[in-house]
Design a protein around this ligand. Sequence first.
Ligand code: HEC
Ligand code: HEC
Length: 307
Amino acid sequence: MNTQLLFTLLAMSIGGVALAAEIKMDDQSQLTQKAEKGAGERYFQPPQEKDLPANAYGELVQQGRAIFVDTQKYAAEYVGNGMNCTNCHLDQGRKANSAPLWGAYPMYPAYRKKNDKVNSYAERVQGCFQFSMNGTPPAANSHVINALTAYSYWLSTGAPTGQELPGRAYPEVPQPQRGFDIAKGKQIYAEQCAVCHGDDGQGQKAGGGYVFPPLWGKDSFNWGAGMHRINTAAAFIKESMPLGKGGSLSDADAWHVAAYMNSHERPQDPRLIEGSVEKTRLKYHANDGVNLYGQQVDGVLLGQGVK
Ligand code: HEC
Ligand code: HEC
């Protein structure tokens, strides 16, 4: 164990204040934004609903949009939690700086360290089904993947291929110099998030489905999802939360509340090795940004999973 990690663990077990290890951003297992938007320049503008052609292609695109927005209803058999794609890819996958589909589609096929191979677009979408949706990925040639691909392709109309567009990723937020503080995050959560996401991160339902998605627990994304990284969650939160007040949190507060959110249990990483959290941590989490999988917080081992 390196001394930094040891320090992190010690710090967490005493006061909930942690200096996280350095983020390894160069392994391509997570998105990093390189393209910047010039002053006065607009983000890429995807087409409008009314521009959709009234033909078989237009119909498939519509079906893809419906699956993306109400995954619970239109792709239920592949989903193992309470989430919809659009909960994290905001505004139906259109919003810049929220991993929009028009930022993604033209960048595949691409190598991903996460599974150590060149991924087709279909494989990338399957990844979000397996981890973010805690589900069973639909087959690459299934209707669900075809429709989601058609929707992504349509949103990318006019975008260059293989050239990263500004706004593709969740913009990185620098880590607080003195580390993240879970206790502070808890306070921010109570003041600014609980009203929608519930006192215990469980979200809120109306008419059977979630209107405010869960942030942890059995109906949330699993321990293998990109959002389980504190750096990725901080980036998403700083940009877009509290909903309607994106950009209002300080960088440090975005980290504190992201750390609080990700210091709770969620469904197990489906790549769990021989039932061992420690083996899984070493193989999949030790170099995956900043995360708490397999670490002790307040004397409790995280990464045990909930069903
Ligand atoms: C819990 C939040 C969450 C949900 C729900 C989710 N995703 Fe994602 N998705 C992410 C994150 C985070 C990333 C980027 C990960 C990273 O930083 O590498 C991502 C990346 C992607 C990418 C690649 C983006 C790129 O530019 O390369 C695609 C495509 C995608 N998701 C599609 C989907 C689809 C389709 C669904 C629904 C079936 C879905 N996602 C559900 C969080 C989510
Ligand atoms: C006004 C209600 C509201 C508030 C306040 C709010 N959120 Fe959200 N949040 C939402 C909604 C709604 C979504 C899903 C967006 C969508 O589907 O378009 C969401 C999505 C999310 C997601 C991604 C989906 C998931 O379940 O993981 C995270 C993470 C998140 N919020 C964190 C936070 C944090 C942290 C705060 C406090 C700083 C916060 N939110 C405050 C309404 C809210």
